[in-house]
Structures are given as structure tokens and as C-alpha cells.
Design a protein around this ligand. Structure first.
Ligand code: ADP
Length: 248
């Protein structure tokens, strides 16, 4: 196997006060793969994701992104090079769609023409053509459209790795399915490696190449294709987790 795009090795996170969010997690995401982290609330999914771009500093263990140790990099530079999309997308309310999507290229000092061309391309790809949406402000968009801007913003600098934390969680169910499908098509065409946290097993089954099921303390209970996880749960924990979901 070629070098994984994201590689966590014996990673531990103990928050101040002693809570062990993640005990000893080893996990590799292949280049171009969509890996979904699922598991009950509080099991360490977001902590795991946020250690990859150092929004949370691991207590011990190592994390490599495309072969480079994240701890050896400048945290700010790292965060600009790794895409990050969260549930409430955090658009700047007083900046237009185009300006929001230009944020990271601007921070990286891209020239205007290069930025504009890339933002045009991305807005088109996420279904928000600049001539219609570019000059709107976030409050003039639907929830789903705001998430699209968040995705465009995160992809603007062609990050090799995209981290997503409940990215479509705030979008109504119908809009969410459409966004998920569109996102998958976009991911496939760009080949971006994705690590995504979701509590929505349907979302994981739809989007993931592999699903990682975690239990409290970031314990990896099973990792496998959606088919393997849903048809051959590795143990009682995974079976119960799936059953709860089926009942919902
Ligand atoms: P999940 O994303 O699976 O819901 P989290 O990674 O958010 O789980 O949280 C894992 C555990 O770490 C939980 O017990 C949570 O209360 C704790 N935790 C998360 N963030 C902090 C923090 N900043 N300080 C202390 N404890 C935290």
C-alpha cells in the first residue's frame, strides 16, 4: 500500500482535568479515500479529527499528513493547508460569498487573478455560480447553500486532505441527501482525501469508502467498508450501535 494520506499512530489525548478522550488510537486513511468516523456522542470523534490539524494537541503518539509529522509543522500553516468544514460553517457575515470563498487563498498570498479564477471554478462546482451568488451575503443563502460555500472555501487551495465535522448536520434532510451526493461526486473528481465525523450512519454508508466505529475513549471497534460493517459487525458493541441506529 502506498503511504497513507493521514496516519495516526498510538495517539492519545488527555484533556486538562484528566478526561481521556482518546486512549491509544492507530488509524490510517489512504490517499483519495473517504473515511467516516462514527460512534456514540463523546467517544472522541471530534477530538481525533481536530488533532489532525492541531486544533487539539495530542498528548502522545504521532500524526502524519502525507508523510509529514504534524507536530513538526507550524500549526497555522498546517491549518491553512488542510481543509476543515464544520457544521455551522462559520462564514464571515459581512463578507460576500466570493470573499468568503477567497479567504484562504488571500491568507496564502495568492494573486487576485489566480484567486478569482479558482473561486469561480469552485463556486461553479458546488452549484453556486459567481454571477448569481458571488455578491450575496451569508444571510441571503439557505442553510444548504451556506454549507456549499463552506465546502468551496475549504477546497479553494486544493488541500490534499479535508477534515469534516458533521458537515451537513445543520441542513434539512432532503437538502442533506442532495448535498451528500454532490459532495461525493466532487470528492471523486478532485481525489481529495477526507476524514469525516458523523453521527448519521446513513451518511457514513453513503459517503465512506471505509467506516471507523469508535467507542468511548476513541477505541477502534471496527474498521471496514460500509458493507462489511453493516453486514458483519465485529462485536456486540458495533451490533448494538447499528441496532440503535436502525431503530431511530
Ligand atoms: P465526540 O466527537 O465523539 O462527540 P469529543 O471528541 O467531542 O467526542 O469528546 C470526547 C470526550 O472528551 C468527551 O468526554 C468530552 O466531554 C471530552 N472533551 C472534549 N473536548 C474537551 C475539552 N476541551 N476539555 C475537556 N474535555 C473535553
Amino acid at each position: 500500500m502506498s503511504e497513507p494520506a493521514i496516519h495516526l499512530s498510538h495517539v492519545r489525548k488527555e484533556y486538562a482535568g484528566g478526561a481521556v478522550a482518546v486512549g491509544d488510537l492507530t488509524l490510517a486513511v489512504a490517499s483519495g479515500e473517504v473515511m467516516c468516523l462514527v460512534g456514540p456522542s463523546g467517544c472522541g470523534k471530534s477530538t481525533t479529527l481536530r488533532m489532525v490539524n492541531r486544533l487539539v494537541e495530542p498528548t502522545s503518539g504521532t500524526i502524519h499528513v502525507n508523510g509529514a509529522d504534524v507536530m513538526a509543522q507550524d500549526a497555522v500553516q498546517l491549518r491553512r493547508s488542510v481543509g476543515y468544514v464544520i457544521q455551522h460553517v462559520g462564514l464571515f457575515p459581512h463578507r460576500t460569498v466570493s470573499q468568503n470563498a477567497s479567504t484562504v487563498p488571500g491568507l496564502l498570498g495568492w494573486d487576485r487573478a489566480q484567486t478569482q479564477a479558482r473561486v469561480d471554478e469552485l463556486l461553479e462546482l458546488v452549484g453556486l455560480p459567481r454571477d448569481v451568488y458571488g455578491d450575496r451575503y451569508p444571510h441571503e443563502l439557505s442553510g444548504g447553500e451556506r454549507q456549499r460555500v463552506g465546502v468551496a472555501r475549504a477546497l479553494a487551495v486544493r488541500p490534499p486532505v479535508l477534515l469534516m465535522d458533521e458537515p451537513f448536520g445543520a441542513v434539512d434532510p432532503q437538502g442533506r441527501r442532495r448535498l451528500q451526493k454532490e459532495f461525493l461526486a466532487l470528492q471523486r473528481s478532485l481525489g481529495t482525501t477526507v476524514m469525516m465525523v458523523t453521527h448519521d450512519m446513513r451518511e457514513a454508508v453513503l459517503l465512506a469508502d471505509r467506516i471507523a466505529v469508535l467507542s468511548a475513549g476513541g477505541v477502534l471497534e471496527q474498521i471496514g467498508t460500509p458493507e462489511a460493517v453493516t453486514t458483519k459487525p465485529a462485536n456486540a458493541f458495533v451490533r448494538d450501535f447499528l441496532a440503535e441506529f436502525d431503530a431511530a
